[in-house]
Every structure is written in C-alpha cells, then in structure tokens.
Design a protein around this ligand. Structure first.
Ligand SMILES: [Zn+2]
Ligand SMILES: [Zn+2]
Length: 315
C-alpha cells in the first residue's frame, strides 16, 4: 500500500521519515540524498551525502572544504539501503551525473525525478525510464502552453549572422550542452569560454562527456571583427555586459523572461516541457503523482482524477 506521507515537505526540503533522510535538502541535514549538483538541489555542509560521482566532483569543486562530511558515491542502477529504504539512482538526462532517485519500501516504488529532460544531450547520461507506483515530479514547465522548440533549430539561429555573439548561460550543464551544440551545428563558429566555466568543462571531460571545441576567453580575440566568435558567459557576466557594442546578445534558456531585451531568442531548456512530462508519465505508469517545484495545477486538471495528483505543500 502506498504510504501517503512517505515523503513530506518541510522547511529543510523533501523528507523521508522511514529512512530518516532528505532528498535535495535546502539547508544542511544529517542524511542528504542529492539528485544533481545545481545549487538549488545541492547545498554545502550536509553530514552524510549520497550522490553520483560527477555530482560529488562538482560539489567539491564549488564548495571546497564546506562541501559536506561523508560522501557516499552511488553508481547508477546499483541499489543500497538507508535505514531499510532501498535506493537506486537512475540517469535523469538533465546534466552530467543527474539522477532520478527510486525509493523502494514494502514493495512500493516511489520515484523522485529531481530535474530531468527527455531531449537528446550529448553531454550527459541519457534519461532511463523506470516504472513506479508513485511519481514525484518537478513541474517547472507543467503548462500546455510551454513546448520547447527543437534545440538544433534554436542553435542554428547563430548561423544567420556573422557578428560576434555574447551568449549567456548557466555555467553548469547548459554551458557544456551549448558548446556541444555549437560545435556540431555551427562549425564555422569559434567558441570562447569564460574562466568560471572552464573547471566545470574539465569535470565533464574527466567523465568523457567532451563538450566540443573551445578556447579560454581572451579580450583581444573577441575584439577582432569578422571572426565568428561566440563568447559563452555565466548569467552575472552576461548582465554586466548590457552595454556591449558590436556584438549580438543572446541568453539560452527555456524561460521567456530571460529572452527579453536580447538581440536573439534562444530557447534551450534542460527541463521537461508539457509534452515531455506526459511522455514521462506514460513511461513510469504511476498510480499516483505528487508534484513539486513549479505548479502542478494544470497537470491535475488534465488528469482529472484518472491519476490522482497531490501537489506537495510544506507541512
Ligand atoms: Zn537542475
Ligand atoms: Zn532545479
């Protein structure tokens, strides 16, 4: 029987009382099971951390000595126990090392997606599907109005101009995916990478997910006209260049609001859109869906109790 409060949301995050651990806690806890290394899922300072090798490498790069105390590296598709709850990490296709977390207890499977995507991405482990009784899914873009365009046609917009491009993107995951997409689909473009992104590229390369061809940024290069450069920068640097001249500004994201005031719109997201959430649900075949991150109401309306949907709120 499904335990209705097997996972509850409290001030620290999503808590499993039976196993006495948190999934992606928002503040340091004793036992943290971490789906992936993005800052809103992986905080520093936990006592015991269970995550994939790549997630651990990225957390240790970013948080250094504060990363957390005891890291247990979990292989994909190998089960282990925390206080009687069987845990399995399954590739989520979101960024390098990102995992869905399958929890099994008393014969019931609870699948926590973390962030995930179904689109192809050469720079991370492709998503794998697993059936479960309860699907706990993020609902960042759970709205029928959100349908991500094909990322290849989005990146090919860079082929329409010969101007140098200032391309903003999140340093972890998106930056590496863009390097790969540009290398493959815009072969005449040369990629310059901001120094903050370079150590993350190195971790990707260590895991044999080679983003593509790029060089570290150098001011002189970018000033040379007609060289077809794309300068890839993190969001803060992108914002600080709002007055940059003779350059096409673009920010690669699934969010509409991040496309405003730019010269070019590039809709590339590492989250599922509406159709991909529905595809995920048909793969997992859940008896119940619990939602978090974003808004689950559109999903609830859509399934109209064919599949019961619970929107997890803090309790
Ligand atoms: Zn993420
Ligand atoms: Zn997230």
């Amino acid at each position: 029987m499904i335990i209705s409060d097997f996972l509850v949301l409290n001030d620290y995050g999503l808590y499993c009382r039976t196993g006495d651990f948190y999934l992606d806690p928002k503040a340091p806890v004793f036992n943290a099971v971490i789906s992936h290394a993005h800052g809103d899922h992986a905080v520093p300072g936990n006592e015991n951390i269970y995550c994939t090798g790549a997630t651990s490498a990225i957390m240790n790069l970013r948080y250094k000595r504060n990363a957390g105390n005891n890291f247990t590296i979990c292989e994909f598709n190998h089960s282990f126990l925390i206080n009687g709850v069987e845990i399995t990490f399954i590739p989520a296709g979101h960024i390098l090392g990102s995992a869905q977390v399958l929890l099994q207890y008393k014969g019931i499977k609870y699948l926590y997606t973390g962030d995930y995507k179904l689109q192809a991405d050469e720079t991370c482990e492709p998503i794998e599907f697993s059936e479960a009784d309860v699907l706990i899914t993020e609902t960042t873009f759970a709205d029928p109005d959100v349908q991500h365009p094909d990322p290849v046609s989005e990146i090919e917009k860079l082929n329409l101009s010969e101007h140098n491009v200032l391309l903003g993107a999140y340093s972890l995951g998106k930056a590496q995916r863009l390097i790969n997409l540009i290398s493959v689909h815009c072969p005449q473009r040369k990629i310059l990478v901001h120094h903050a992104i370079l150590p993350l590229n190195k971790i990707y390369e260590n895991y044999n997910y080679l983003p593509g061809k790029y060089e570290p940024y150098n001011r002189k290069l970018m000033k040379t006209p007609g060289q077809n450069y794309v300068y890839l920068v993190p969001p803060m640097t992108f914002d600080s260049y709002f007055r940059a001249k003779n350059v096409v500004r673009a920010f690669a994201s699934g969010w509409k609001r991040l496309q405003q005031n730019n010269d070019l719109e590039i809709y590339i997201s590492d989250h599922v859109d509406w159709n991909d959430i529905l595809a995920m649900i048909s793969e997992v075949k859940p008896k119940e869906i619990w939602t978090l991150h974003g808004d689950g109401t559109k999903l609830k309306e859509y399934f109209n109790n064919q599949i019961p949907i619970k929107i997890l709120n803090k309790c």
